[in-house]
Design a protein around this ligand. Structure first.
Ligand SMILES: [Zn+2]
Ligand SMILES: [Zn+2]
Length: 285
């Protein structure tokens, strides 16, 4: 009997990403960008023992996605999966962190346990040595499907089509375009202009607007929940961020209401969160 999937975004933002996906029998992490002790702490809130994880899937070769994968492998024996080019790119970085501790990093399989895994390539980053071969995912167990895509300059049409009607979707809303465009006219941000232009470009990140456009194609009455993810933070000064949760979630809420749907928008948190801020676990029947 196939079991419904559950999803919980442990952390999402420009400094750390990790999402828990489980069928009850099989437990996966998408990305592993928090410190290992913090992953363990946030899993404990869900009563999950890290030793019971069946795999860590690394979407691409940026530190906020792979940071503690080597430690999780070495300490708890969790197998690590990614694309060949992504493994090479990570190991080629001077700051590859603990990743060298991963023995036999594996290619994405078609399934792990009772969860089937579909990968879709997305354009992101400064070439193969920077980001490897970035991917988004669709997970399935029985009729239960979850989509997961962050760090994409654009969403390929074929991926958007494949995501149609997923039960839950973790999707990037990195930046609010009007904020970036204002900064591109403000000389006090001149030092960040090339970076901001990259974010806004075809190999950068998804904006709230791009996210909403994709949702128009993806959402159906089967989509129970959307998690706005990878909401940009910058310069460690919230007033200078390119986006925040309220702007992102209200853009999505408008789209959901416009389509006459009842899809829930779930709270996500960045690396920093306080005691009372609990990541939501959503079950997708
Ligand atoms: Zn990232
Ligand atoms: Zn990235």
């Amino acid at each position: 009997m196939a079991m419904p999937l559950e999803v919980c975004v442990l952390a999402s933002g420009s400094s750390a990403n990790a999402t828990y996906i489980s069928s009850g029998r099989t437990r996966l992490l998408v990305d592993c960008g928090l410190a290992a002790r913090e992953i363990v702490r946030r899993l404990a809130e869900l009563s999950v023992d890290p030793k019971h994880l069946d795999g860590i899937l690394i979407s691409h070769a940026h530190t906020d996605h792979f940071r503690s994968a080597g430690t999780m492998f070495a300490k708890y024996g969790v197998p690590v999966f990614t694309m060949l080019e992504t493994e090479d790119a990570i190991l080629g970085k001077p700051a590859c962190g603990s990743f060298w501790r991963v023995r036999d990093c594996r290619l994405f399989p078609e399934s792990i346990g009772d969860i089937s895994i579909q990968t879709h390539e997305v354009p992101h980053g400064g070439g193969v040595w920077d980001s490897g071969r970035p991917v988004g995912f669709i997970f399935r167990s029985g009729t239960s499907r979850i989509g997961h895509v962050t760090d994409a300059g654009e969403l390929p049409t074929s991926f958007v089509r494949a995501l149609h009607g997923v039960g839950a979707l973790v999707i990037e809303c990195n930046y609010h375009r009007p904020i970036i465009h204002k900064k591109l006219k403000d000389p006090s941000f001149a030092g960040y202009w090339s970076y901001l232009k990259w974010i806004d470009g075809p190999t950068g990140h998804l904006s709230n607007g791009q996210c909403v456009d994709a949702l128009a194609e993806i959402l159906t009455e089967d989509t129970a929940a959307v998690f706005p993810a990878h909401i940009s933070e910058n310069h460690y000064d919230p007033r200078r961020d390119n986006n925040d949760f309220n702007i992102a979630s209200s853009s999505i809420a408008l789209q959901v209401a416009g389509m006459g749907l009842r899809t829930r928008i779930c709270r996500t948190y960045r690396r920093e969160k306080t005691e009372g801020q609990k990541s939501e676990l959503v079950r997708v029947d």
